[in-house]
Ligand binder design. Structure first.
Ligand SMILES: [Zn+2]
Length: 117
């Protein structure tokens, strides 16, 4: 295919978005702190990846669609409970078997160091 034969489509990543990912990201951070597990980037990425692989994606093709989809998801208790169960399960898995390059960062210790508590 030559340059002139390419269709005029923008890169797919810029026009479609998995709205479930946004919801999971926020909830993962909350649960990792509540469960007092390591919140380093390695553990966070592992919990996020495990949860996303277990969840059903919800793709939208525009920002407006994204907002509607998030609102719809948050009104569904059944979906929220299912996501929370997946997140907690992923947290337990990562907490019990952290990877060797885990930085062992606990939210509670950060708060104490910063004088928040
Ligand atoms: Zn870690």
């Amino acid at each position: 295919m030559t340059e002139t034969e390419r269709p005029p489509f923008p890169p797919v990543r810029s026009v479609v978005h998995n709205t479930v990912e946004d919801i999971i990201e926020r909830r993962v951070q909350k649960y990792m702190k509540e469960l007092r597990m390591c919140i380093c980037g390695v553990c966070y990425a592992d919990v996020l990846a495990i949860t996303l692989n277990r969840s059903k994606p919800h793709y939208v093709s525009s920002e407006m669609g994204e907002n509607f989809a998030i609102a719809d998801m948050l009104t569904s208790d059944e979906q929220t409970i299912s996501l929370d169960a997946d997140i907690i399960s992923a947290c337990m898995l990562v907490r019990d078997k952290p990877r060797k390059n885990c930085a062992e960062v606990i939210a509670e210790e950060i708060s104490k160091q910063e004088g928040v508590l």
